[in-house]
Design a binder for this molecule. Structure first.
Ligand code: PLP
Length: 649
């Protein structure tokens, strides 16, 4: 296999076109994409929304963007592929059908989509429609979510699970859902909810269906490990569950208890943890059945992970298993426990959200500029008189960087730079001299980096060099709006250019957003073996916009987004792929206008406009502006309130 040669890239060698293996090495696309994204022969990133199943349905993302731009729309934009959602749902159900068939499991599987993962209309409705043949249900964790779920026309068997802490209104609404003929199950998260549910059910005049979340001893793995275990926030422990069963028996309502539920956290990276949790919850299920509880559903919650970096490991941005292994282990483990206890097989329920939604959304950013220490610095005029000794010494160091002395040269130049800062602070060096020292230091660092790229062994202290030398590609987006999990919990998302994939990238870059916050940057990138500090990217060209896709962003990001700096929700296009290179934009939703964001912050937009008019009149009366200038300014201000909050050129 030929591999990507970073030395050639660093030297900017255009060379021959990169092979598929070289592109895979650079961006890992075949490893994290589950077959939905591929590099095409023309160097464009292509989407195949049904993966390998119908690979003739495929279109270049760049052509989708070109069409949007032709229609006058701006970036950043989220491209959503509802077909990917359908395919994820089909694949999950197919995996469970296969496991059920393989092991001879004597009941069925029916999933529930937890809408907290992404409540956007297109996501919810696509999953509800695609889920109809599979009895797919929904999970609501709040009153507003329940209101949304109740309005969906689900089939009579599809579950509507109500999780989370509940007040009387939440309980009442859920019970009215049962009156409408919906299969609503109220999950008890704490013991006290039991009495309220029974009381309100009597008032509403309906038989409740109850689930109980059990506080498992088992824990997940990865970032959400603390969601499970004895100290978990939700759920009843063993003693409480027994009391609940006793109480239900006493009041003649044991029949209401239909479901046992658990959730040990999202993104469980290790399949062993899932098996342990399923075994424990299955043991609770079988014991309760043997005590006479007429349970029917075993709900193992969410947690099915997404392999963001494609490494197939237990690393927090990965998973050491796939859909089929997950389904096999859930089905087999539950079956084994039921067999040991002589209990009939329950209907298996999962609440997978991330694994259903992550792949369907790509955030596309345009790179608007690049900055970096190795960009040619403006030529500095040699200062009059004799240059400072620091400058001449650095010039000498620059001339003689070799494989043998690179470490010494680097140490010397670091120490010279430190000396320069001290001298500058004390007033012994001018700003012009400081600029010369900085330029020389950057050039030396660049040469040292070039030397060590050819070495087999690189001492640890030099591993920082790529980051020191990296460019900063300025991207037109806000991290806080589009990738909140990268900022908040250092979640990793794969990033790749949408075109020029078959050309050798000659730059190493980090990405910075346009917010005024120094946290607004991406300096950690996915890699099969590591977390990368930089991303290999192409030199920007004036005439050719450079677009980057951030992938697997369909779970949680839309919902956790915030409008830091008043950058609002971004434009989004829902795209259906209809053939090879054929697609239609089914729906385009404009991102938020400035006035909506201002309104959300409690401002009356009319009042702001009135204030501007008042101030303009005052400027007019002072003759600081002409009539025409006043009109132009007011128009511009009003337009801005209606405009997109991102950079528009
Ligand atoms: N079910 C419950 C109760 C949850 O709290 C969550 C989210 O953490 C989920 C399901 C969805 O989990 P995931 O997106 O990992 O499948």
């Amino acid at each position: 296999m030929s591999t990507y040669n970073p030395a050639a890239a660093a030297a900017g060698v255009a060379g021959s076109k990169l092979s598929a293996a070289e592109i895979a090495e650079l961006y890992g696309i075949p490893f994290w994409s589950c077959g939905y994204f591929k590099a095409g022969p023309e160097g464009h990133l292509r989407v195949s929304p049904y993966g390998e199943e119908s690979s003739e349905l495929s279109v270049s993302l760049r052509s989708c963007l070109d069409e949007l731009v032709r229609q006058g729309e701006s970036l950043p934009v989220i491209l959503r592929f509802p077909q990917v959602l359908e395919h994820r749902l089909r694949s999950l159900n197919a995996a469970f059908s296969e496991a059920i068939r393989k092991f001879g499991y004597e009941s069925h599987y029916q999933g529930v989509y937890p809408i907290k993962v992404n409540q956007r209309r297109v996501v919810l409705e696509s999953l509800a429609v695609a889920g109809e043949p599979y009895r797919t249900g929904l999970e609501a964790g709040s009153k507003a979510e329940l209101a949304l779920c109740l309005a969906q026309e689900l089939g009579p068997e599809a579950l509507l699970c109500c999780n989370g802490f509940k007040d009387d209104d939440f309980i009442g609404l859920a019970l009215w859902g049962r009156k409408l003929g919906k299969n609503v199950v109220l999950t008890l998260e704490k013991f006290g909810e039991l009495h309220r549910v029974l009381q309100i059910a009597r008032e509403v005049g309906v038989e409740p269906a109850l689930g109980i979340r059990f506080k498992l001893h088992a824990r997940g793995s990865g970032k959400w490990e603390d969601s499970g275990g004895d100290a978990a926030k939700f759920g009843l422990d063993a003693a409480q569950i027994l009391s609940a069963v006793e109480h239900l028996r006493e009041v003649g309502k044991l029949d209401a208890l239909q479901m046992i539920h658990c959730h040990v956290g999202s993104q469980i990276t290790n399949i062993r943890k899932i098996k342990t949790a399923v075994r424990e919850i299955s043991r609770v299920y079988t014991d309760l059945v043997r005590m006479g509880a007429p349970l029917r559903y075993l709900n193992v919650g969410g947690g099915l992970a997404v392999d963001y970096d494609g490494s197939r490991t237990t690393f927090y941005a990965s998973a050491n298993y796939g859909l089929q292994e997950y389904a096999d282990d859930v089905v087999y483990t539950a079956m084994e426990v039921c067999k040991e206890a002589g209990v009939a097989h329950p209907v298996l329920v999962t609440e997978s959200g991330r694994a259903l939604t992550a792949h369907h959304a790509v955030i596309v950013l345009s790179v608007v500029d690049s900055m970096g220490p190795t960009k040619r610095a403006p030529e500095l005029h040699a200062s009059r008189g004799k240059p400072h000794a620091l400058i001449t010494e650095l010039e000498d160091l620059l001339k003689g960087v070799t494989v043998k002395n690179y470490a010494e040269v680097f140490h010397d130049s670091v120490s010279h730079k430190e000396t320069m800062h001290n001298l500058f602070d004390l007033g012994y060096l001018s700003l012009a001299e400081r600029a010369r020292v900085e330029n020389l230091f950057n050039r030396i660092t660049e040469r040292v980096a070039r030397v060590i790229r050819g070495l087999e062994y690189v001492p640890e202290e030099f591993e920082v060099l790529p980051r020191l030398l990296a460019d900063k590609y300025v991207c037109n987006f806000s991290l806080f709006q589009s990738l909140p999990d990268h900022w908040a919990i250092q979640a990793l998302f794969p990033v790749a250019p949408l075109s020029r994939l078959n050309q050798t990238p000659s730059r190493q870059a980090t990405l910075v957003d346009i917010s005024c916050d120094s946290d607004g940057k991406i300096t950690k990138f996915t890699d099969l073996r590591d977390v990368r500090a930089t991303l290999p990217l192409h030199e920007l060209r004036d005439e050719d916009p450079y677009y980057l896709g951030v992938f697997l962003t369909g779970a949680y990001q839309d919902v956790l987004a915030n409008s830091h700096n008043l950058f609002g929700r971004v434009n989004e296009a829902h795209i259906r792929v209809t053939g090879t290179d054929k697609f239609c934009i089914e729906h385009f939703e404009k991102g938020q206008q400035a006035r909506e964001l201002l309104h959300n912050m409690g401002y009356e937009v009319r009042q702001l406009q009135r204030s501007i008019r008042r101030q303009t009149r005052r400027a007019l009366s002072r003759r600081a502006v002409s009539d025409e200038q006043a009109r132009t300014f007011q128009k511009r201000y009003d337009n801005e309130l209606l405009g997109y909050t991102y950079l528009e050129d």
